[in-house]
Design a protein around this ligand. Structure first.
Ligand SMILES: [Zn+2]
Length: 218
């Protein structure tokens, strides 16, 4: 995570021309950051409903159930997400976010994993949902961590992938879905991990360790 430039800002940049601005304004950004960093705001045991207490365990402060016979411990882990790098002669595929946080900012097609999914399945599903494109995974690009989503800390697995079908159109989670040449990437990238991945893609293309997908679909 070389670039932390976005992580300390209090609120996302606003675009007054964005029709979903009210959605963004209603999103209690700082409140959510405070809550995620305070054990998600959890106060009571999900198993027995008794109070949760802070205890030092293994060098970390954890929430444990106050009922000695219960045994519940809350491990505050990042949530895994997955997404794709689609790089063709038209550039790299990005989507403009339709929902908070960071409505109107651009990011890679990606999202949080569902319970029974593999990272690859999540990456393919999110790409279809957000861009209408059906993709196949080629290889692992890299894995990133991110602390600038106000909902949770995340681990993002990104794959190189190529298009095998579908039609490019923004899905429910996206305002737009578009290819950008690497010298014309939008400035407003939603999350630090995505920002870093784009920088890494640019480095690999320049070093010629990654070449564009031969797919001409989409
Ligand atoms: Zn309990």
């Amino acid at each position: 995570m070389a670039d932390k430039s976005n992580s300390s800002q209090d609120s996302p940049p606003h675009d007054s021309s964005n029709p979903t601005i009210s959605k963004q304004a209603d999103f209690r950004y700082q409140e959510m950051v405070a809550r995620k960093n305070n054990f998600n705001g959890y106060r009571f045991c999900p198993w027995c409903a008794e109070e949760l207490l802070r205890r030092e365990m293994d060098g970390h402060v954890r929430l444990v159930c106050s009922k000695s016979t219960c045994g519940f411990i809350f491990y505050h882990n990042p949530i895994p997400g997955a997404g794709v790098i689609i790089y063709t002669e038209k550039g790299m595929l990005l989507v403009k976010r339709a929902h908070p946080p960071r409505v109107g900012s651009w990011c890679l097609p990606a999202g949080y994993m569902e319970w029974a999914e593999s990272p690859k399945e999540a990456a393919v599903r999110e790409t279809k949902e957000e861009t209408g494109l059906i993709v196949e995974i080629d290889s692992l690009f890299d894995v990133y961590s991110g602390d600038d989503d106000p909902r949770t800390n995340a681990v993002l697995t990104l794959y190189e992938a190529h298009i095998v079908g579908g039609k490019l159109e923004a899905g429910d989670d996206a305002l737009e879905a578009e290819f950008f040449q690497l010298d014309n990437i939008p400035e407003d990238i939603a999350f630090v991990a995505h920002h870093q991945a784009i920088a890494d893609l640019r480095s690999r293309v320049e070093a010629k360790t990654l070449t564009e997908s031969k797919s001409t679909l989409g």
